[in-house]
Design a protein around this ligand. Sequence first.
Ligand code: NAD
Length: 495
Amino acid sequence: MNLPARLTTFLDKEEHKMFVDGEYVSASSDKKIRVIDSATEKPVGKIRVANAEDVDKAVESAKRTFNSIEWSKMYPADRELLMFRLADLIEQNKEELASLITLENGKLLGDARSSDVMGAVRTFRYYAGWCTKLEGETIDISMRQKMGKQNFAFTRREPKGVIGAIVPWNFPLSIAAWKIAPAIAAGCTVVLKPSEETPLCALYLAELVMEAGFPKGVLNVLTGDGKTTGASLVNHKDIAKITFTGSTATGKAIGKNALDNMTDISLELGGKSPAIVFQDANRKEVAKGIAAGIFRNAGQVCVAGSRVYIQKSNYDEILTDICHVADRMRISHGFDQDAQLGPLVSKNHWKRIDGYIKQGVEDGSTLITGGNNPKSKGYFMKPTIFSCENNQDFVVQEEIFGPVLVAVPFDDIEDALQKANDSRYGLAGTVWTQDINKAMLCINELKAGFLAVNSPVRSDANLPLGGYKQSGFGTELGKVGVYNYTNLKSVNVVY
Ligand code: NAD
């Protein structure tokens, strides 16, 4: 694969430094992490683990910029222009960024282009428009005043301050954009901590932020792990809000720590999302749709439809159709144009998923297909499908976060809804039927924040995305996505 020239120059570094106050600087700690191409197992780069002192420098820069006249008094229309310029630059660097994401994450190049890079472009363009549309309300109130005096009450939205953004590795650029874009649109500044598995595209993005003309300190990028770098960011007293996407276990730990400083938090966490397939569903569309819902990005998608509930009357046929699609997927390096399934992100993640599959088999669930690595090199996992009679089976309840689908039969709509809602998670769900009444009943009854009918779920910059139950709180995207980075101030002028 011939990499674009600018990417070759970017990668040709002994070590990738963190990005603080508009420039790349070395972290003070000596601890290093290697970034690995999970398809070839070859190193792609090296980062250092930023410690509390480094975090301090990044937050200090973001705070200085937040309070600066240059940023705090910038006209919203000028902020909007900068954001549009950044979106254009990301688009112009589409090949560089997509190739970088394929190298550090393993995902298919086509997906990196369309989901990550163009997803980020769409998010920056969408929120660019919000810079000039943030507004308060005038409100009629009933507060009694002295004779002849009146109230003039209104609200205004103010930027929260320095935002600590902690993101996972599965969509390293687009999820970062879901946080950076609305934060900047609201007038905040950001310290981003990408995952230690995929830190490079965030560092590349930082370069583009400067190229677009943003003041230094609007975006700082810290390299490092969760234990040291992430935890120091969460504990920093000058962080106004932590916006986190990742696992439920980490989210809970972050939530508890953030509360010590009364730092605002939003937590976008794990999922184990159901897909309900009724007997009347369009059979041709179902198998492809269910397979796309779970095997995209090798199943490493928070909203993946990882539990499929199929009506008993045609359980066997539908399951056979899905297996047919799964078994024919071309498994290969993300740079292979014909690849349909890339590797998992890392060796550790491969081992974790392998462990889940083995435990599922031991637990008595029926492994129908997959469950092994078909290649001698790289962290690949074949599309894997279990059939389970019992909704309490380990593989039905656990978030696996890989290309593993669990099928369970159901009798009728009540049974389907009871089983689908019987999960500690509540992120997403899909319903497959030609009957609008069944679809509407499921929409009403499913305890999840992001649903689709007759399609896998897909995100859009204007469609809010957030979870119920253990999938977290603090919806992202849409207008609520930008409101989350503002404080609402209420004022009454007595005149
Ligand atoms: P993770 O929780 O292991 O890590 C996420 C980020 O948190 C990383 O940057 C990591 O370095 C950091 N981190 C880890 N421990 C920390 C700590 N104690 N303090 C501060 N930061 C810490 O998750 P992951 O393995 O990177 O991502 C997979 C998980 O993310 C899955 O559970 C998936 O469902 C979830 N996810 C959710 C959404 C959503 O929108 N709800 C989207 C994508 C992924």
